[in-house]
Design a binder for this molecule. Structure first.
Ligand code: ATP
Length: 202
């Protein structure tokens, strides 16, 4: 799966609807200080399900919504869509019905975030797993923001391992294992309740 297009509206400094084509290969973003380079990278991480406002340089998640300037009023929502190429049909089965996948995240003041994949409402976890399985994600080393190289060099062994797992596309397996373990514990608790009931009936 390759990233094809990024559409933003009301996200940080990108108040007007903006569409960017993402070509094959390495993409660099250049421009004068304060023009919004980091905001673009943050938009990609945000639509992938980033849940930490701090890592998006904000105090709360609503800080990603255009806050207004002297000449323009603030907005009440932000919307980011990432279009992915699915020519090779490697998307998870439930989203694997076309050559493209569109992932959208929208936040409204007071209402929180909502996610859609190909127009269908999904959970944050579905989006995070989609990207984790595609060996990318909000914390992927494929997205190199300012200071990231230094952070990778200074990372602890455990953090480096997490980066390698993300790059290898196995980060999603940990999430699924945790889910499976939770379900197993719930099933075990049910079985033991069932035993109690059976004993009282004997
Ligand atoms: P530098 O090269 O200095 O790191 P940059 O090109 O990466 O800069 P960004 O940090 O992406 O620039 O963008 C900074 C701009 O985004 C600032 O002008 C800031 O006011 C604006 N900005 C950030 N959040 C919001 C928001 N919620 N609403 C409106 N503008 C915002």
């Amino acid at each position: 799966m390759r990233f094809k297009r990024l559409r933003l509206a009301g996200f940080k400094s990108f108040v007007d609807p903006t569409e960017l084509r993402i070509e094959d290969g390495l993409t660099g973003v250049v421009g004068p200080n304060g023009c919004g380079k980091s905001n673009l990278l943050e938009a990609i991480r945000w639509v992938m399900g980033e849940s930490s406002p701090k890592s998006l340089r904000g105090g709360g998640m609503e800080d990603v919504i255009f806050a207004g300037t002297q000449s323009r009023p603030s907005r009440d929502f932000a919307d980011v869509t990432l279009q992915l190429d699915n020519d090779d049909r490697t998307a998870p089965a439930q989203f694997n019905d076309g050559d493209q996948i569109e992932v959208t995240r929208r936040i409204e003041r007071g209402l929180g975030s909502a996610y859609r994949i190909n127009g269908k409402d999904v959970r944050q976890k579905d989006v995070q797993l989609l990207f984790a399985d595609a060996a990318t994600g909000a914390h992927s080393p494929a997205l190199v923001s300012q200071g990231r190289i230094g952070a990778i060099i200074a990372a602890k062994p455990q953090e480096r391992r997490a980066m390698l797992e993300e790059a290898a596309g196995i980060a999603g397996l940990h999430v699924r294992r945790k889910d499976a373990e939770q379900r197993l514990r719930a099933a075990e608790a049910n079985l033991s309740r069932l035993d109690d009931v059976l004993q009282t009936m004997e």
